[in-house]
Design a protein around this ligand. Structure first.
Ligand code: DOR
Length: 295
């Protein structure tokens, strides 16, 4: 792939690789560090209308091929605005969540006026946040209204979808109709583990969301389906850790990707992927995006 600046869903990026929401996105310093380490753009931890301590632990456990989490959307709410103020000149996408369109609009509004957000990513897809996550992201009408509410601020809106639906294209089309600039696919897959020794679920919240390599094929299929149904750009997310994963996601239809779990294991993953992905004499992205649909 050819290296260089790109624009995806209205957001200018240094390369095709973004830091996914939730991972190391809780402070301005950690976001800046990921940009220094080669991320082409960063998505913040999701910010909501009220400060939230999150679920009680254990919140994150390793499982074969992935991570199972039920963090519970912990965040400092409005205080986060100051956290990313020093990152004004950087490609920062602010992830927001809420229980209804008014919440989404309010939270996005804190950032819209300050010039700190290049765009928003609507988290309508957390699998374990009663009333805030997938409850919204599985309802096409809600997705449309939340997207429309945030789009009224005049900045690009990306909508991050849940894979925990029978037909993801219905939700993607709702986001598109609401004025989304891009779709991000996907958030975590519902899952749980039980400790046979303790005879109880390993997560404090009991069930949670699975991320990492284990969900990569699920993410590829979601991107594939969305590419067939929707007209706006797709950002692939879910289990990406190598340059080949990025190329595969792009062949399924993604114009850029987000990397999350892999960063937890290897903080230099962006440099590693870029080394395998980019070459001055590489092909243009247009030659790869969606190519597998055209066989
Ligand atoms: O798996 C997830 N965990 N997805 C989200 O959207 C939020 C996060 C959390 O904070 O629990």
């Amino acid at each position: 792939l050819q290296p260089g600046e790109i624009t995806v869903g209205g957001v200018a990026l240094h390369n095709h690789l973004l830091l996914a929401a939730g991972v190391l996105g809780t402070t301005g310093a950690s976001l800046r560090r990921m940009l220094r380490l080669g991320a082409g753009g960063v998505v913040t931890k999701s910010i909501g209308p009220e400060p939230n301590p999150g679920h009680h632990g254990p919140c994150l456990v390793r499982t074969e091929g992935g991570l199972l989490n039920a963090m519970g959307l912990p965040n400092p709410s409005k205080e986060f605005v100051g956290e990313i103020e020093p990152l004004k000149d950087e490609p920062v996408v602010v992830s927001v969540y809420g229980k209804d369109p008014e919440d989404f609009k309010e939270v996005a509004g804190w950032f819209a006026g300050t010039g700190t957000a290049r765009g928003f990513e609507l988290n309508v897809s957390c699998p374990h946040a009663a009333g805030y996550g997938a409850a919204i992201g599985t309802d096409p009408e809600m997705v449309l209204e939340c997207t429309r509410a945030v789009a009224s601020h005049g900045l690009p809106v990306w909508v991050k979808l849940t894979p925990n639906v029978t037909d993801i294209t219905t939700i993607g089309l709702a986001a598109e109709k609401g004025g989304a600039s891009a779709i991000v696919a996907v958030n975590t897959v519902r899952g749980m583990r039980i400790s046979t020794e303790m005879r109880r679920p390993v997560l404090g919240y009991r069930s949670g969301g699975l991320s990492g390599k284990a969900i990569f094929p699920i993410a590829v299929k979601c991107v594939w389906d969305l590419y067939e149904a929707c007209s706006i750009p797709i950002v692939g997310c879910g289990g990406i850790s190598t340059a080949d994963d990025v190329v595969e996601m792009m062949m399924a239809g993604a114009q850029a990707v987000e990397v999350g779990s892999a960063v937890i294991d290897e903080v230099r993953v962006f440099e590693q992927i870029a080394r395998g992905l980019y070459a001055a004499d590489g092909v243009a992205a247009e030659e790869i995006v969606g190519v597998a649909h055209r066989v």
